[in-house]
Design a protein around this ligand. Sequence first.
Ligand SMILES: *Cc1c(COP(=O)(O)O)cnc(C)c1O
Length: 426
Amino acid sequence: MTHKELLDFDKQHIWHPYTSATNPLEVFHVESATGCNIRLNDGRELIDGMSSWWAAVHGYNHPVLNNAIQKQTEKMSHIMFGGLTHQPAVELAKLLVKITPEEFTKVFYCDSGSVAVEVAMKMALQYWHAKGESSKNEFLTIKNGYHGDTWHAMSVCDPVNGMHSIFNKRLSIQNFVSQPQVAFNEQWDDSDFFEMESVIEAKGDKIAAVILEPIVQGAGGMWFYHPEYLNKLSACCKKHNILLIFDEIATGFGRTGELFAMNHTNIVPDILCLGKAITGGYMSFATTMCTDDIANTISSAEPGVFMHGPTFMGNPLACAVAVASINLLLETEWQKRVKNIEKQLIAGLERAKKLASVKSVRVLGAIGVIEMHEAVDMKTIQPMFVKEGIWIRPFGRMVYTMPPFIITDKEISVLTEKMVKVLTNL
Ligand SMILES: *Cc1c(COP(=O)(O)O)cnc(C)c1O
């Protein structure tokens, strides 16, 4: 198949994320990727600014991760998890229990982030069912959140960005409050929590759980909010008998400068979702972790089991590469690296603030965001980034980067310089 035939077939038959089947945007043909470098079929090389949507924290084609997955292939690529277990699954659970707060004792393996969110929501409902409080069956969240594309995950995504209205009222109606306004590094103001508090006070007996992304709202708005919001939320949830679910699918494994975003706070939620970077970007995989209280309560009442179990649960390849990826992260000076990326992103994106088209620029850990006044035109901007030799994939008004942690100083300075250049020339 020639390059042109491949692209033509793709255009005719393949649906890409959030695209039209009849009028798709241009896609670029990737040949391979190594380190922080994406190599296109025509020989052009792009510096990766996206980590394949938060996931590839160690870059691509890493020998340690390649080796882990190859070695596991020789033993078994997959085996059902019903009635069977294996070393990679146990090793991974051991690691996860060790690196998360001690309250998280139980690990449920999922095949993707969206599924991890579904599982977390099911756990919350089954918990209250087991307690004989079935009227606690609604969820509460903040606007501009993103929790995945499956049915109930979608119901707690931002109602406007997530276009809830097009689903003809079949999507569960959840409770939304405004997005926290006090930014991560601003002075905390108690009034930022008032709306959440008043909804909890008014509707607490109906609410099973509050679900949100701690500190960093990712795909729903690329916003960094104040840790005190979460401290207040945790206390308020405890007072009103509401569970707290943290979706750390994007923030987990070092991205914000802490191993988990909740480490910026003093609190621990009841249920925790991890995904994306868990396998270093090698395979689709995620996990939902919970406390003894959640697990024991669910298991103590009819039907006595947690009602979930996907076909590919605990996939050995995914578990093996996740173990290798987490160990690799912990063995490196990741915290220093993320700090260094943060410093360079701040310096490199500073110039964007001068552009009239730019509303604000913010950086936290290895995440750099340029918020525009108007949504960018993807048809125009995407080829411009490629022409400059960088891979940046904006959405709406957000032009942002979360590069692999292995990115070099030189690569970050080129990446940020070209990002600003493209926005200048737009
Ligand atoms: C990406 C993401 C999800 C969904 O994960 P998938 O693997 O795409 O299903 C859920 N929550 C957050 C915060 C995410 O960033």
